[in-house]
Write a protein that binds this ligand. Structure first.
Ligand SMILES: Nc1ncnc2c1ncn2[C@@H]1O[C@H](COP(=O)(O)OP(=O)(O)O)[C@@H](O)[C@H]1O
Ligand SMILES: Cc1ncc(COP(=O)(O)O)c(C=O)c1O
Ligand SMILES: [Mg+2]
Length: 311
């Protein structure tokens, strides 16, 4: 299933794509990343910001919550910010006259629907300044194991407001089911559900943690769709100890590779290799938090890559 490579450039070269940025004489890509933040551990911005920086992206983080740790611990301290807390920071950046240089907005865990409204308004401001800017929405609602883990109103907000505004969406299988109201137990069904989500607005969809009847028990799939075509990436399933934050990292990695390559298939291969490398090191160490810092080389030179199959 896997190909060991000394360097990510083996895959990138095959795909005619330069994975790492070189900055001589040109400025870095800019991403406005609006999501949750934790002081301890790695979810939300604490999972997404550093991988993008390590890839050479200039990230502008805005936090929707500031918690001590992720909610999966059952106890945490800190607070959820409100819509104006997000909107004021966006306004301040706009007043610096720099929003036109923003290449993309990335959003994740929203905390409350009014924060979602502030995010959608931020996207409109960025697009007014740079019509080419992309919006990547990770529609964080829940997962197969925990069910819905966001506040009431967020799921509807995602389906009715955020997803229709987005260029790229990155649901896990549970979120794909909810957004499409369709079954996803077979590959054919998952593709139909992904098309239904694309029909809401986004041109690119990345389905994470996909298990269909064709997925072996020791594997985990991702499915990317763009322009009527679909690609699947299959990686070994790892024994992780309830680690959170992988979804936040994959959305960030996929967005940056999509911005650089303009290809969902290429972004799937590169982001999937990096997330697998990060999670493999995390599993080998038996860590309950992602080893975002320790495994940082995986973001630029993943040690193992996997074939991207047209499906
Ligand atoms: N147990 C696992 N083994 C291998 N890869 C995993 C595992 N859990 C997650 N991943 C990888 O991380 C990606 C994102 O994780 P996922 O759990 O889907 O995010 P979310 O937190 O949004 O539900 C998955 O598509 C998969 O590639
Ligand atoms: C504050 C916060 N943000 C984001 C997440 C999402 O984590 P994941 O990427 O595993 O979906 C969680 C999950 O517990 C969380 O508590
Ligand atoms: Mg998620």
């Amino acid at each position: 299933m896997e190909m060991r490579v000394s360097h990510a450039h083996a895959l990138a070269g095959d795909l005619g794509y330069q994975a790492s940025a070189s900055f001589s004489g040109r400025s870095a890509m800019k991403v406005l990343s609006i999501q949750s933040h934790v002081a301890y551990g790695h979810v939300g911005n604490a999972s997404a910001v550093f991988p993008m920086q390590r890839m050479g992206v200039d990230v502008w983080p805005i936090h929707t919550v500031q918690f001590s740790n992720h909610t999966g611990y059952g106890a945490w301290r800190g607070r959820v910010f409100d819509g104006p807390a997000v909107a004021e920071v966006v306004q301040g950046i706009d007043e610096r006259g720099v929003l036109g240089r923003c290449d993309a907005v990335l959003s994740g865990y929203m905390g409350a629907p009014e924060i979602g409204t502030a995010i959608v308004e931020a996207v409109a401001r960025v697009r007014a300044a740079n019509p080419d800017a992309l919006y990547c929405c990770d529609p964080v609602i829940g997962d197969t194991y925990s069910g819905v883990y966001v506040k009431p109103g967020i799921a509807d907000f995602m389906r009715d407001r955020a997803v229709p505004t987005a260029d790229i969406v990155t649901p896990n299988q549970f979120e794909l089911d909810l957004l499409s109201s369709l079954p996803t137990g077979t590959l054919r069904e998952a593709k139909t559900a992904a098309r239904a989500v694309q029909a809401l607005g986004p041109r690119v969809v990345l389905v994470t943690s996909l298990a269909t009847d064709a997925t072996p028990p020791d594997a985990i799939d991702m499915l990317a769709g763009e322009g009527g075509a679909f690609w699947r990436l299959r990686t070994p399933r790892l024994d992780l100890k309830a680690v959170s934050g992988a979804g936040d990292a994959i959305a960030a990695l996929f967005l940056v590779h999509y911005l650089r390559s303009g290809s969902a298939a290429t972004a799937l291969g590169m982001a999937g290799a990096s997330i697998h490398g990060l999670l493999r090191q995390t599993a080998e160490a038996g860590s309950t938090e992602l080893l975002t810092v320790e495994a940082q080389d995986e973001f630029v030179s993943p040690s193992v890559v996997f074939p991207v199959e047209a499906v």
